[in-house]
Ligand binder design. Structure first.
Ligand code: NAD
Ligand code: MLT
Length: 534
């Protein structure tokens, strides 16, 4: 079956051809779909590839009834309603690596152009003027450049600015200073950047912590004559404040590649101002970056449809292929175990306690936790609407408290996962599972050692530990023409309540299950269907 991929923004031609020639995809590509066109075709798409022009907002996502995946060919995902995509189980990925160098080079180009008034001088030459005196510039050597955001692009900018012999200061509160020591720059506070820099360049996403980094209130704190560059996202510098700062002379120059509204409106406050350079979001617009981003996007898309691995996913814990090999049985077993235990406590779960022990604790275990939550929720919500993206969202919405604990000390097994569920009724249950030969295996339930594979149709039975009960269960199921594939027994002590787990070949009807519960000495018998497809 071919998957339909809709590409609604400008995309590298070789990339489009590669997707088509793989034979796996029906590709619908038009450079720049209008909003109406997008809304009319989005319901066909299983995957949507966009750049910054397409707005994958609530309305688009609601209409996208077959969509599994949105891939942003680039970094910024502020044009995607990720919470809505998560609610609908749509994975959102970006392809962040390919355009870092081009964008860093754009920032440096704006910096050097601004220092020497190149665009303005060029403009006057084309107008037949010779204004040598007007365009006196400033040298970069020895000047201080403040770099805000030291991720992929910020780091590339730092390397280039050092090559220009600038004194570079950096600020990024989310990266430990020791991880930035190789950059050999001074890591300082935001206030120091504002106070000391002759030039400031920003390379962060637009968030509540980065919006209005330069604003009307802190204009006076900027070094007089500062020059500001933004190739990240519009709004990191307040655009009205920039106009005011240029007017007063506090700011000597501004170079922007990105804007709060794109394309910019006719009344954009910096249009026509001297000492302002504006480019139409060109950071990633080089042949090299477009090609690299397209290839990264396609690699991710093909890998997702081939293997289910969601690389660079933003709303789903992505697993690298090596970890996937190790975690797979825990991922698969966790979902089944979660479902089994949630059935046992009656579905309405209020807390989930997870204890990862041994080697598994060395891994990023979020995918396993997500799989367990999906299994737990499936009892109350059914399997149809749930997936690995929306399970954590639904768990949060239902007020389910999830506690994870990791300890690298193993108990009996090299790796194991303990699950404890508590329902609103007060009923609780525990289960431990491990992986043997890459297959999940439950090794205890409700603190009682009992081994079974979490798969197929299971009947969990509690009965008085008296002679003849197992025989009675066997005869009853025989009479009902239900074949027992295996049976596991456990008891805490002789004469107490014994437990058994039966694997049967056919689902019992509600009536058969009731009759089984009515057999002598049966305390309870519940049936859980852990088959893959029903
Ligand atoms: P990245 O995720 O690698 O780096 C962003 C960095 O910002 C991170 O290290 C993060 O810790 C830091 N950060 C977050 N909040 C911060 C704060 N309050 N103060 C200081 N630092 C903070 O991203 P990247 O690939 O380097 O991209 C940076 C920005 O550039 C993004 O907004 C992206 O959308 C934009 N971008 C623009 C273009 C363009 O065409 N102009 C091209 C590519 C990327
Ligand atoms: C990005 O965030 O990657 C940029 O905005 C580049 C783009 O897609 O034009």
């Amino acid at each position: 079956m071919r998957h339909t991929v809709l590409i609604s923004d400008k995309f590298d031609k070789e990339g489009v051809e590669r997707l088509k020639s793989s034979g796996k995809f029906e590709v619908v590509y038009k450079e720049g779909h209008t909003r109406e066109e997008l809304l009319s075709v989005i319901d066909q798409a299983e995957a949507l590839i966009i750049r910054s022009a397409t707005k994958a907002d609530k309305e688009v996502i609601e209409k996208a009834s077959n969509l599994k995946l949105i891939v942003r060919a680039g970094v910024g995902v502020d044009n995607i309603d990720i919470p809505e995509a998560s609610r609908r189980g749509i994975i959102v990925m970006n392809a962040p690596g390919g355009n870092s160098v081009s964008t860093a080079e754009q920032a440096i180009s704006l910096l050097t152009s601004m220092a020497r008034n190149i665009p303005q001088a060029n403009q006057t030459m084309h107008e037949g003027k010779w204004e040598k005196k007007k365009f006196k510039g400033t040298e970069l050597t020895g000047k201080t450049l403040g770099v805000v955001g030291l991720g992929r692009i910020g780091k590339e900018v730092v390397k280039r600015a050092k090559g220009l012999r600038m004194n570079v200061l950096g600020f990024d509160p989310y990266i430990p200073a020791e991880s930035l020591s190789h950059l050999e720059i001074d890591i300082v506070s935001k206030e120091e950047i504002i106070k000391q820099s002759d030039f400031i360049t920003v390379h962060t996403p637009l968030t509540d912590t980065t919006r209005d980094l330069v604003n009307k209130e802190n204009l006076k704190d900027l070094k007089k004559g500062v020059r500001l560059i933004n190739c990240a996202r519009g709004g990191i510098y307040n655009e009205e404040a920039l106009a005011e700062g240029l007017e007063s002379g506090q700011i000597a120059g501004v170079a922007l590649d990105v804007f709060t509204q794109e394309p910019i409106p006719a009344d954009f406050p910096l249009i026509g101002k001297e000492n302002v350079i504006l480019t139409p979001h060109l950071g990633a617009s080089t042949g090299e970056a477009e090609f690299a981003v397209a290839m990264e996007t396609i690699d991710e898309l093909i890998e997702f449809f081939d293997t289910g691995v969601a690389r660079n996913a933003l709303n789903f814990p992505s697993i690298d292929p090596d970890s996937l090999d190790y975690l797979k049985p825990y991922f698969l077993g966790g979902e089944k175990a979660g479902k089994l235990l949630a059935h046992f406590v009656g579905g309405d779960v209020k807390t989930v306690d997870l204890n990862y022990k041994g080697s598994i604790a060395e891994y990023k275990i979020d995918p396993v936790t997500t799989a367990i939550l999906k299994g737990v929720l499936s009892v109350a919500l059914g399997d149809d609407q749930l997936n690995y993206v929306n399970a954590p969202v639904f768990a949060k919405e239902r007020g389910i408290r999830v506690h994870e604990n990791k300890t690298e000390n193993p108990d009996t097994y090299k790796s194991s996962v303990d699950i404890k569920l508590e329902a609103t009724s007060g009923k609780s249950a525990t289960l431990k599972f491990t992986a043997i030969n890459s297959d999940p295996l439950v090794v205890s339930m409700n603190e009682l050692p009992i081994e079974f594979k979490p798969e197929g149709i299971l009947i969990l039975c509690e009965n008085n530990d008296v002679p003849g009960v197992v025989g009675a269960i066997g005869s009853f199921l025989g009479q009902e023409n239900v074949n027992i594939a295996s049976i596991e027994l456990a008891r805490p002590k002789e004469g107490g309540t014994a437990r058994s787990v039966l694997v049967v070949d056919d689902l019992l009807t509600a009536d058969q299950l009731k009759k089984m519960n009515d057999l002598g000495h049966i305390v309870s018998a519940i049936q859980v269907d852990l088959r893959e497809s029903k």
